[in-house]
Design a protein around this ligand. Structure first.
Ligand code: IPD
Ligand code: CA
Ligand code: CA
Length: 256
């Protein structure tokens, strides 16, 4: 059975409740890398989502952060980040979300990103626009970098990668109203969709980070691509620009 947007919303609210209930409790933290960590709540949220998808929408493949790829028997693919913003979460910073995208035959058609602390539900269906708590949202109409507020993020291997993004952070920080770093790529993209930020860019992400947020931003009128301009921004190595159309070209030029 194919899911509807209402199904994704229900799943995102269920997982969001798990994140909210676990917030500020003492966490069992395990390290996947030097800085990359996972809590028992990431796993509880993912277990809930996998169980729901496998019970109600059997047959689809699932790409979920903590479980990796689970193969399917049809052209459906779920891309799930059970807790985007884990480092914030582990520090008691209330900026995190659950991100769920559904793709059919290679095309992402549904996306839900839910911030349980603010009760903000971002939703989009391919070709039908994007909403925040039921209201249509649009990317900003900015046309000047110097009047723009941007957001970005940094990879977990930032200590020892060439592509650590600091060069671009500095460069764009000096040409705009500022560059924020919230710590949740899915929310970053949704905030572009809502016109809060004028653009978001990041290197070295994974499909579960931005499959839903990218669709939501695009459906809100943002221009979304890989940093080299490739329309297929989910393919590896994954990078993304989600931008108000009026500054997309200028931003892409600065990210060369
Ligand atoms: C991370 C966040 C962060 C981004 C990292 C992601 P996680 O996801 O989205 O903003 O900068 O690259 O890995 O680990 O919190 O799910
Ligand atoms: Ca993530
Ligand atoms: Ca995560």
């Amino acid at each position: 059975m194919k899911p509807t947007l209402a199904d994704l919303e229900r799943l995102a609210r269920g997982a969001g409740a798990i994140l909210r209930d676990g917030y500020e409790k003492k966490h069992d933290i395990q390290y996947k890398g030097v800085i990359d960590l996972v809590t028992e709540i990431d796993r509880a949220s993912e277990d809930f989502l996998l169980r729901e998808v496998q019970t109600h929408f059997a047959g689809g493949a699932i790409l979920a952060e903590e479980s990796g790829k689970i193969s399917g028997i049809n052209g459906d693919l779920w891309m799930i980040d059970p807790l985007d913003g884990t480092v914030n979460y582990a520090h008691g910073i209330p900026v995190f979300c659950v991100s769920i995208a559904f793709a059919s035959d290679g095309e992402t058609t549904l996306g839900a990103v839910y911030d349980p602390m603010r009760d903000e539900m971002f939703l989009a269906e391919k070709g039908r626009g994007a909403t925040l708590n039921g209201r249509q949202i649009r990317a900003s109409t900015t046309t000047e970098l110097e009047k723009s507020l941007l957001v970005t993020g940094f990879p977990y291997d930032t200590w020892n990668t060439e592509l650590d993004n600091f060069k671009y952070f500095e460069r764009l920080g000096k040409q705009t109203q500022g560059v924020r770093r919230l710590g949740s790529a899915a929310l970053d993209a949704c905030y572009v969709a809502a016109g809060r930020f004028d653009a978001f860019w990041e290197f070295k992400l994974k499909p579960w980070d931005v499959a839903a947020g990218g669709l939501i931003a695009a459906e809100a009128g943002a221009t979304v691509s890989a940093i080299d301009g490739n329309a297929d921004y989910l393919s590896s190595p994954l990078s993304i620009i989600a931008s108000a159309p009026g500054i997309y070209a200028a931003l892409k030029e600065q990210l060369r």
